[in-house]
Design a protein around this ligand. Structure first.
Ligand code: ATP
Ligand code: MG
Ligand code: MG
Length: 551
């Protein structure tokens, strides 16, 4: 049953179309350009864009830039880049709310003329007192009964710069006794002598969000104005504005629950603080969940879409496990990416009976689960690097990797048997000596005997040194996001570990920013877009192969 599998917003839209409330669908994504977008915004973008696609409608990209204090062009550019990267195509439909300032002003004048708005001289503090509380009705402002003529003159004077910031505001005349505080004569316009990034010094009065937003939607012909739950109580005011301003075919607001993730910092202002306090290295630090950070970390638009789809849309507030996002990127990369050999903590392996100075080139499948990715040649020789943890002097039970006397397979190559090892003065193993059996070459069809362990390796003579950055969640999972005593973030001190001397096979030539790979037996990694160079490869760990996440 299709109707049942649709989310509640789709059901509302279906109903509106069936009842003829609207004959098409037009949605929008309206960010304020005051920071970078994060994974929560991705939900809103993909939801709005997805609905427009699904119903053959239109998707608008609109900068909600009506508050000049915090807005910057830098953010306008980053937001556009992020939305394009996510694949939400706004086509011709790019808008700036500040382009509607004239129309908003006209709407305010209309309300004054209808006796639905008045200029108020109460101070901010007085206004708070007059507003009342959840249990107490508010009191009417003494300026509420000014004549239309006086209000028109004063509002014009506000616009013309006659008053200082905070001296006068324009308020809606609704109902000071309303149980909904948003309806108690809310402010529509305030005086703010500030330069706006788009309109410069043309205006010294700016509309409030609750007045501006419905007008923006109505001007653009938005049908379904989808926003997050905290605006539910503002919906009566939204409807009041579009009704009293007498827009035809008014839009309707529908609210859904924000996306929250465990163990990471969502929320623009919190991410901003981490950046400003220098706790992370900029807005695209790979430990953040800004879109820019996810991109740099190696997440793909496909993985984010899969994640958002899995989250679903609802009105119930909840937190989603970060491990689900990791599941999605693993799923996306699994078949698409080559599986390479990289050794993060190298020790030498010497094959004593392999001819010195000889190199052979082995055919290695790029991805055993996807033949389409083809093969590559990997050089093999007498000296290799292997992971320190793949050798043990005294192995515990069920350890099937290298130890004295044990035989393992070198992935894509031969069986080798450990004959001896060397240690440095500190007792750390430096070199493992083996012999190999030429009969056992991978792909030769050898079936004479079996080994229980397979380890990967990198040819020493051809290895490339690399820097590898291992990330963990920025937040300490055990303690929760915020410190109970002082409200500070419970940061994980090990959220970044840098490995300076990893060794990778020589097959990364030509790989560039954002390219990603599986490092076999380890995880998925991508080339860091800021710091990697052909002669100094830097990899970010996207996600490890292991997971406790179950679908
Ligand atoms: P933040 O709360 O992180 O500061 P914001 O709401 O201030 O974000 P805006 O630029 O105002 O950011 O938001 C643009 C759109 O993105 C809004 O429609 C908002 O409801 C939506 N949005 C913001 N955060 C989330 C979230 N966590 N989940 C879903 N949608 C979100
Ligand atoms: Mg905001
Ligand atoms: Mg907001």
């Amino acid at each position: 049953n299709e109707a049942v599998s649709k989310n509640f917003i789709e059901q509302e839209i279906d109903k509106d179309l069936a009842e003829g409330v609207y004959d098409h669908v037009c949605t929008r994504f309206p960010p304020e350009p005051n920071g970078y977008l994060h994974i929560g915004h991705a939900k809103s973008i993909l939801l709005n864009y997805g609905l427009a696609q699904e119903y053959g409608g239109t998707f608008h990209m609109r900068f909600d830039d009506t508050n000049p204090t915090k807005e910057k062009m830098e953010f306008v550019d980053s937001i556009k880049e992020d939305i394009q990267w996510l694949g939400a195509d706004w086509g011709e439909h790019l808008y700036f709310a500040s382009d509607y300032f004239d129309q908003m002003y006209e709407c305010a004048v209309k309300l004054i003329k209808k006796g639905k708005a008045f200029v108020c001289d109460l101070t901010a503090e007085e206004m708070r007192e007059y507003r009342g509380t959840l249990t107490e009705p508010g009191k009417e402002s003494p300026y509420r009964n000014r004549s239309v003529e006086e209000n028109l003159r004063l509002f014009e004077e506000m616009r013309d710069g006659k008053y200082k910031d905070g001296e006068k505001v324009l308020r809606a005349k609704i109902d000071m006794a309303s149980p909904n505080i948003n309806m108690r004569d809310p402010i529509l316009y305030r005086v703010a002598h500030m330069t706006h990034h788009n309109t410069g010094d043309k205006w010294c009065i700016y509309p409030m969000y609750d007045f501006a937003h419905p007008i923006e939607d109505a001007i653009e012909g938005i049908t379904h104005s989808i926003c997050t739950l905290e605006f539910e109580d503002h919906r009566p005011l939204y409807d009041w504005v579009v009704r009293e301003c007498e827009f035809e075919n008014p839009p309707r607001q529908i609210e859904f629950a924000k996306l929250y993730l465990t163990n990471v910092v969502t929320g623009k202002r919190y991410i901003k603080k981490l950046v400003e306090d220098g706790i992370v290295d900029g807005w695209d630090d790979p430990r953040l969940v800004s879109i820019a950070a996810l991109r740099r970390r190696g997440f793909t638009p496909e993985s984010i879409k899969m994640f958002i789809d899995m989250c679903g849309v609802s009105k119930a507030q909840s937190s989603v496990d970060y491990a689900m996002l990791e599941y999605c990127i693993r799923e996306d990369l699994k078949m698409k990416k080559p599986r390479m050999m990289a050794v993060l903590d190298p020790i030498k392996l010497v094959i004593d009976n392999y001819p010195e100075g000889e190199t052979e080139y082995l055919d290695v499948a790029n991805n055993l689960e996807n033949e389409e990715l083809g093969y590559r040649k990997v050089p093999f020789g007498r000296e290799l690097y292997i992971e320190r943890e793949d050798f043990m002097e005294e192995p515990p039970k069920k350890y099937f990797r290298l130890f004295p006397g044990n035989e393992v397979r070198l992935m894509h190559a031969y069986f080798v048997k450990c004959v001896s090892f060397e240690k440095d003065e500190n007792g750390n193993v430096t070199t493992v000596h083996c012999t190999y059996d030429p009969e056992t070459k991978a792909g030769s069809g050898f079936t004479g005997r079996k080994v229980k362990g397979t380890i990967h390796w990198v040819p020493a003579a051809y290895a490339q040194k690399a820097e590898v950055r291992l990330y963990e969640n920025l937040i300490d999972e055990e303690k929760g996001v915020y410190n109970k005593e002082d409200g500070s973030l419970n940061l994980n001190p090990d959220s970044l570990k840098v490995i300076g001397n990893a060794m990778v096979e020589p097959s990364f030539e030509g790989a560039g920013a954002y390219d990603s790979f599986q490092f076999v037996r380890n995880g998925y990694y991508c080339i860091d877009a800021h710091d990697s160079a052909p002669d100094h490869l830097v990899f970010n760990r996207i996600v490890s192969l292991k997971s406790s996440f179950k679908l």
